[in-house]
Design a protein around this ligand. Structure first.
Ligand SMILES: C[S@@+](CC[C@H](N)C(=O)[O-])C[C@H]1O[C@@H](n2cnc3c(N)ncnc32)[C@H](O)[C@@H]1O
Length: 425
């Protein structure tokens, strides 16, 4: 496609994602379905351009106050994911001069909001948590996430999967913390790889793998993944159970559970029972009261720990949404807790970096549930022989290691939180 046509397409896609009325990945997929003639490289350029604009929206809007042409075209030019000489074939002389002027602005001279590119309401809670590391965190959140795989140890050892990928010219290194993880160089197409189609590997961020590990589900147990969604963590938990026992995958979205089915088929797991529920107090949940050895609540959350892959969330989420989420999170955790049998383990997790969705929910639950003993997550991970377990957890002087707290700039994962309890016997 000629650079001019590709820039026009990017401008239209940028216009659509900036409406912020749907998740960016949905908008991009719909755009590609409408433009079937686009090749893989053109698709990559368009998607990366739209994501670049979402990532650096404040900076690009600032730079786009100068220049000419529509606002979306200026933003698409600034985010255009291709070599400058290719892009310049699409530009008028005044546009080229404006772009050169933008490129010449020294980053150090930019106001902080054009460097961190975060909404103002998010800055204070992040600064309060990471202090001097704020700029490093903000920079990490502006980078695309690496591609992590989880090796399905029911089918393959990690080293064998790594060797198989190498034969397909895909370089993969072991993830630093998860014993099942491989981190891939670049973004190769995996769907047609034998290792993928036969279920030996699945795409999953290392942080998600650690949440499944923390649940520590064993052979023959009764386990519930309460907010299973498309089942990323369900699959990892089923593998730790060595395909024995019974693993319920609950979710209120039948549509998301449907996406679990092909993944289950590939994985070779037959111990998973997907159940679409109407709400967290559904009769099908109540019937299992006190029967579960382990329950994971991977709660619906703002997703603000996943800004590397979902940069639109920082513009689509608002403080009032977080307040609404808190009520749902506590209600879901409270209902899910009823399933846990005496001596059983409960894990609450989110992919949010906001204390309001994390420590605050754990504290509110703890205050109402004296029958649940908080477990120290660092100790649980140490017992699982995880390297640097304490470094993955909170460091409060009063309760060191109490919660899992993963950060992109420290751990190279998405931002995750987890708290764990044991029901008193
Ligand atoms: C963070 S996502 C889960 C991601 C999934 N565990 C994974 O690893 O891919 C949260 C899920 O909670 C589900 N959910 C929302 N409200 C719920 C409720 N009341 N009961 C159970 N699941 C709920 C959503 O449909 C969504 O799939």
């Amino acid at each position: 496609m000629h650079p001019k046509a590709l820039l026009d397409a990017a401008t239209e896609l940028v216009r659509r994602v900036l409406l912020l009325d749907h998740p960016a990945d949905t908008v991009v997929s719909r755009f590609f379905r409408e433009h079937r003639a686009l090749g893989p490289r053109e698709r990559a350029t368009l998607a990366e351009t739209a994501y670049a604009v979402l990532r650096r929206k404040p900076l690009y809007e600032h730079l786009a106050r100068a220049g000419s042409g529509s606002r979306e075209r200026r933003l698409a030019i600034l985010g255009f994911h291709a070599p400058r000489d290719f892009l310049k074939q699409a530009l008028s002389e005044p546009e080229k001069a404006w772009l050169d002027a933008c490129d010449a602005v020294p980053p150090a001279e930019l106001a902080p909001e054009y460097r961190h590119n975060l909404p103002s309401w998010l800055v204070a809670p992040l600064r309060a948590q990471v202090g001097d590391e704020f700029d490093t965190l903000a920079a990490a959140l502006l980078e695309p996430a690496p591609l992590d795989l989880r090796v399905n140890t029911l089918k393959e050892k990690r080293a064998a999967a790594q060797a198989e990928l190498a034969q397909a010219a895909i370089k993969a290194i072991e993830t630093p913390y998860s014993p099942w993880g491989l981190r891939i160089d670049g973004k190769p197409a995996l769907q047609k790889l034998d290792a993928f189609t036969r279920g030996a590997v699945e795409v999953q961020d290392e942080g998600s793998q650690l949440l499944a590990l923390l649940l520590d589900a064993r052979r023959g147990e009764m386990v519930a993944d309460f907010c299973a969604g498309a089942g990323g963590k369900t699959l990892a938990i089923g593998a730790t159970m060595r395909n024995t026992g019974r693993l319920y995958a609950f979710d209120v979205s039948a549509h998301r559970l449907d996406a679990l089915k092909p993944r289950l088929a590939r994985s070779g797991l037959s111990n998973v029972h997907p159940v679409a529920i109407a709400h967290e107090r559904d009769e099908r949940v109540k019937r299992l009261k006190g029967k579960m050895d382990r329950v994971l609540v991977d709660a619906p959350c703002s997703g603000l720990g996943t800004l590397r892959r979902n940069p639109d969330l920082k513009w689509r989420q608002q403080p009032k949404d977080v307040a609404e989420l808190q009520a749902r999170q506590l209600a879901i955790l409270t209902s899910a807790a009823r399933l846990v049998k005496p001596g059983g383990r409960l894990v609450y997790a989110t992919c949010s970096v906001l204390p309001d969705e994390n420590e605050a929910i754990a504290a509110a639950f703890g205050a109402e549930h004296a029958d649940f003993e908080p477990l120290n997550v660092a100790e649980l991970l140490q017992a699982l022989k995880l390297p640097d377990a304490a470094a993955l957890c909170t460091t409060d002087a009063a309760q060191p290691g109490q919660y899992l707290r993963l950060w992109p700039h420290r751990h190279g994962t998405d931002g995750f939180f987890a708290a764990a309890w044991q029901r008193k016997g």
